[in-house]
Design a binder for this molecule. Structure first.
Ligand code: WT7
Length: 560
């Protein structure tokens, strides 16, 4: 904490430790952000410029009457203002609440309402399409600050101001002295069922970003770090903004949608040293083939890592070969705020597993006995992953839902809602979400185990497995599969995949049905929406808010 504290009274402000601190240490001229535009534009922003820009934005927000602790929602793509806005909001003492630009007007309105956003920063184009129609129904929203998509804003809509014009006229402001416990950022979790949960993190979370930036990615001021996450996802806040900046590295911000050819180009041209992406990205690269990867084999990479979904061993091995560097899996959640379990760094890795808890993280596996969760020590025993609550980036609240927040904790443990098992060397293996488990006769089937096995078949590009209700055995596993190029959907392949699964997994665990699909339904953060697949398997429309998650509940995983 001492390394980061900016003021003698113990104040800690993410905005100032990510920018002003580097300027104070004489690194104002170092590159903080290399921004790559959709139309091949580029802009390099130094730490000095970032400190000044965020100070100006903080002044603008304070000038709009923003009180410390109030929420500022941000609905922007990866444009330079996104970074100045996040840091500026922190410096002004506000709570940064990014939203997915891919959301429609409904989910945006719901989150502005739930988060009681006082100010919204967005683009003129997104405002017109996604917010204007609900503005009258959002009494908390006092001001909207617009960034012109194409430079100047021709006609300012009523009740909006031009952010760039205000920033140009503002004097930079010093960060307000926030305490480590003051709320700093708010995300709505994007799982598969239930109503959205507003997950709140305090300024102290930055300690976990500093530690994991250094320990997992080995970040120093010499690094170029690229995190591909969408700004609406906590991964972007924690690793697309905070971790590289607090470590003094340069971050790459690419405005474009992800596309393998462009990725390889960026990794190469920007001399990226550490890359943080998703299993979907690496599997997409696999689809594009090894020849393309080989043509970019010369790169500056030191390490690559993925998060968000289980990373199968085949993808790890492929990634390592294609990129020529260690490829780590990392596990965490919106609620833990930063990486808590990682495969590596160093030589200590086990492809296919999530890895082991980071130093300082105490993680155990719990099973319920007569309604009381108990730690299990056995090898390969499936239970719910629980974490001691002292990790600095652990969430500090579920917005306006005391009970829902309290429900996640018991006896000083936070219950993650993920089912895992541990091998003899302490590596943790993902089994599934507690709410995704398939109960088939006497068997508990983890969808990921079935998915992982079929992923090894050359025809399978992606797969989602869900339980379909069955009169006899309660549920049977059924699979939705998208195919690699060169394979044809049809009865012959269906029979082949089923027999392959029976051989690999045994008849009890093998899917009873295989449905071929072009693409699997995914959340904006890239998670397979098993609930949608389940509805499909049952022949129902998917309906409902598909972008929220079930609250974790201690001991929900019971033997029954
Ligand atoms: C859930 C959390 C991760 C940060 C961003 C957001 C799943 C995450 C892994 C992994 C298997 C993983 C879990 C977790 N998950 N990382 N390495 N292997 N599953 O996360 O939207 O809050 O989702 O993502 O189920 O609980 P989130």
């Amino acid at each position: 904490m001492a390394e980061l504290a900016g003021a003698p009274d113990g104040a800690l402000n993410i905005g100032s430790v990510c920018a002003d601190r580097h300027v104070r240490l004489g690194r104002g001229a170092a590159t903080a952000i290399s921004w790559l535009g959709r139309r091949q534009e580029r802009r390099d922003i130094t730490y000095g410029e970032l400190a000044e820009q965020s100070g100006r934005i903080a002044r603008v927000l304070a000038g709009q009457g923003l009180e410390p602790g109030e929420t500022v929602a941000v609905l922007l793509g990866r444009i330079p203002e996104l970074y100045g806005a996040a840091l500026g909001i922190w410096k002004a003492g506000g709570v940064y609440c990014p939203l997915f630009a891919a959301f429609g007007p409904g989910p945006i309105k719901a989150r502005l309402e739930l988060g009681k956003a006082a100010i919204l920063i967005t683009s003129d184009e997104l405002y017109a399409r996604k917010v204007a129609s609900s503005r009258a129904a959002l009494p908390h929203l006092r001001q909207v600050l617009l960034v012109g998509e194409d430079g100047a804003i021709a006609v300012l809509p009523q009740g909006c101001a031009d952010l760039r014009a205000l920033v140009a006229a503002a004097q930079p402001m010093e960060a307000v002295p926030t305490t480590p416990d003051a709320p700093a950022f708010l995300h709505f979790t994007s799982g598969t069922t239930g109503t959205p949960k507003g997950v709140l993190h305090p300024h102290r979370a930055v300690l976990a970003h500093l530690v994991t930036g250094r320990k997992v990615f080995g970040l120093t001021e010499a690094d170029v770090f690229w995190c591909t996450a969408d700004p609406g996802w906590v991964t972007s806040t924690s690793y697309g903004i905070i971790a590289p900046l607090v470590c003094g590295a340069a971050l790459v911000a690419d405005e474009a949608e992800l596309e393998p050819r462009r990725w390889y180009g960026i990794l190469h041209d920007e001399k990226v040293t550490a890359w943080y992406t998703t299993p979907t990205a690496i599997r997409t690269m696999m689809r594009y083939g090894a020849a393309l990867a080989r043509s970019y084999r010369e790169n500056s990479l030191r390490v690559a890592a993925s998060v968000g979904e289980p990373l199968n061993a085949e993808a790890v091995m492929w990634g390592q070969k294609a990129l020529g560097v260690p490829f780590l899996d990392t596990w965490w959640q919106t609620e833990t705020g930063a990486i808590t379990i990682a495969n590596g760094p160093g030589t200590d890795r086990r492809p296919g597993s999530m890895g082991r808890p980071l130093p300082g993280v105490e993680a155990v596996i719990m099973r319920c006995e007569a309604g009381t969760p108990k730690q299990v020590d056995g090898i390969d025993v499936v239970g719910e992953l629980a974490i001691r609550t002292c990790w600095p980036s652990m969430f500090s609240g579920a917005l306006g839902e005391e009970t829902r927040y309290g429900d996640c904790f018991r006896d000083g443990w936070y219950f993650t809602g993920d089912l895992v098992k541990r091998d003899k060397d302490g590596f943790i293996w993902f089994v599934g979400r507690a709410d995704d488990m398939i109960k088939c006769g006497g068997l508990q089937i983890g969808p990921f185990e079935v998915e992982g096995s079929l992923m090894d078949h050359p025809a399978v590009a992606e797969i989602g497995v869900v339980g379909k209700p069955d009169m006899l055995v309660r549920e049977v596993p059924v699979a939705f599969v998208s195919l690699n190029p060169g394979f044809e959907a049809g009865d012959a392949l269906r029979a082949e995949l089923i027999s392959y699964a029976r051989q690999e997994l045994g008849a009890g665990m093998a899917p009873r049905e295989i449905h071929f699909v072009e693409e699997l339904p995914k959340t904006n953060s890239g998670k397979i929406m098993r609930r949608v697949l389940k509805a499909k398997a049952m022949g129902e429309p998917d309906g409902g808010d598909i972008l929220s998650t079930l609250p974790p509940c201690p001991g929900r995983y019971d033997d029954e």
